[in-house]
Write a protein that binds this ligand. Sequence first.
Ligand SMILES: O=C(OCc1ccccc1)c1cn[nH]c1
Length: 243
Amino acid sequence: MRVDVVSIFPDYLAALDLSLVGKARRTGLLDLRVHDLRGWATDRHRTVDDTPFGGGAGMVMRPDVWGRALDDVLPAGGAGHLVVPTPSGEVFTQRHAERLALEAHVVIACGRYEGIDARVAERARAAGHRVSELSIGDYVLNGGEVAALVMIEAFGRLLPGVVGNPHSLVEESHGAAGLLEYPVYTKPPAWEGLEVPEVLLSGHHARIERWRRDRALERTAARRPDMVAALDVAALDKADLAV
Ligand SMILES: O=C(OCc1ccccc1)c1cn[nH]c1
C-alpha cells in the first residue's frame, strides 16, 4: 500500500518512523512518502495561502499549489483515494480504517489555516479519484497533520503482517460485534487489595466468554448508547446460544 502525505509541516509526520507503522515502512508493507507542499509553490516566498473570497477572518490554501502537488502524487488514471482531514468532514470510524486498509494508494492532504480551496477536492473527484473529507472528532485542530497520524495508525495496523497476532485485531472495541472492549486484567491476581474477577481465574472458557460479553454490553450501554442502538442483537443472541 502506498500512502502520500502532503503538508506544510512534513516534520510533524516524523512519528510515523516509529513503532508498528515504522516497521511496516521498513518491511515494505507500507510505502509511506511525506511531501512539503511548499515544494509546489512558485513565488519567492513559497506562498501557499491567500485571503478568502467573500471575506471573513483567516486564510485559505490556494488551489493552484495543491493542484500541482496532487497532480504529482495522486496516481495517474484516477485510481487514488484522496483523504482530506477537516472538522467539517464525515466522522472517521473503524469502518473507514478497514476500507482505507484495502486501498492501493491513499493521498492525505493536510489543510491548515481555514482549509483548502473547495475546488481542489472537486477537481480530484472529476479526475476519477475517490475523495473523502474526514473528521477525527468534534473539535478543531490547527491542521490536518495530527488527524493524518491518527488515520494512518488506524488503517496501517490493519495491514496484513503489521500486527504480530492478527487475532488481537478481532476482539477490539468497535470491532465486528459493534461493542466496546471488556475490562482486561493481568498478574498479580491481587494488587493493592484489588482482586481480579474470580471467573477469569476459573479456566471455564464458556463462563469467561459470557462474562466478557456481559461487561462489553454493560460498558457499551453506559458509555456509548449510540452504539447500542446500532447493535445487531440477533447476532449477539446467536452468540449467546453458542455459549
Ligand atoms: O481540525 C481538523 O483538521 C485540520 C483542519 C483542516 C481544515 C481546516 C481547519 C482545520 C480536524 C478536526 N477533526 N478532524 C480534523
